[in-house]
Design a protein around this ligand. Structure first.
Ligand SMILES: C[S@@+](CC[C@H](N)C(=O)[O-])C[C@H]1O[C@@H](n2cnc3c(N)ncnc32)[C@H](O)[C@@H]1O
Length: 213
């Protein structure tokens, strides 16, 4: 697995790449989530946010963008700096480890939770633990958007089941096939769902995941 995340992001420059297709779907799902958000402030939490190119352009263009406040958490210094430069004042960008609940303290439960580009880089047990923590990270009625590659062994059927077990009712599951690079992304999927089950208490300083390098 890569750890050169700046190089990984460069694949977004090819509009025909799998990554760009996935990005378009993530942005679409963010816009859908903002469309259905209740009137008033909308809180945002994005873990492993990269340079924020999924959510920040949507906020800039969407009528509900001015209502959004929250936090992007990203470990890479250059990517977090890029996100900070692109973010509106209402969205803070924290350079830090998003793999513990400490990263979400004060920003959870959020109305919009982004878990994009994470599940392909962490062990299955970490995925299950992170999904099980969604009821503590996401406000009731809020939307979680996630991604996962579909290359064999495709764990998305189990993953979707874990979200269902957590009380998240799926609103979208969109897949695409591999076209161009990066090969590792392969077939992609974007999932979205709304928390309809009970909220869970927020437990600070709990390890959810760690990237496998
Ligand atoms: C596959 S990229 C996804 C970026 C973005 N979410 C997207 O979908 O475009 C994974 C990102 O996670 C970041 N990352 C890796 N481990 C992290 C951690 N423990 N805490 C925060 N960010 C982390 C990397 O620096 C990288 O930017």
């Amino acid at each position: 697995m890569t750890s050169d995340w700046a190089a990984w992001h460069a694949h977004y420059d090819d509009p025909d790449s799998s990554l760009s297709q996935r990005l378009a779907e993530v942005r679409r799902q963010i816009a859908v989530a903002l469309d259905r958000a209740a009137p008033g402030p909308i809180s945002l939490l994005s873990l492993c946010a990269g340079d924020g190119r999924d959510v920040l352009p949507v906020l800039a263009a969407h009528r509900r963008g001015p209502d959004v406040h929250g936090r992007l958490v990203e470990l890479d210094p250059a990517l977090s700096a890029a996100a900070r430069a692109a973010a509106p004042p209402s969205v803070e960008v924290v350079r830090g480890d998003a793999g513990t609940t400490a990263a979400a303290a004060g920003a959870a439960p959020a109305d919009l939770l982004l878990l994009c580009g994470i599940f392909g880089n962490i062990p299955d047990d970490d995925i299950a633990r992170t999904v099980a923590a969604v009821p503590a990270l996401l406000a009731p009625g809020g939307t979680v958007i996630w991604t996962r590659g579909t290359s064999a062994p495709d764990i998305t059927p189990r993953l979707r089941g874990w979200f269902a077990d957590a009380g998240v009712v799926e609103t979208a599951f969109v897949t695409g096939t591999r076209t161009g690079r990066p090969v590792r992304v392969g077939g992609w999927s974007v999932g979205a769902g709304v928390l309809r089950g009970p909220a869970a208490p927020f437990v600070p300083d709990r390890r959810l995941f760690a990237f496998v390098s």
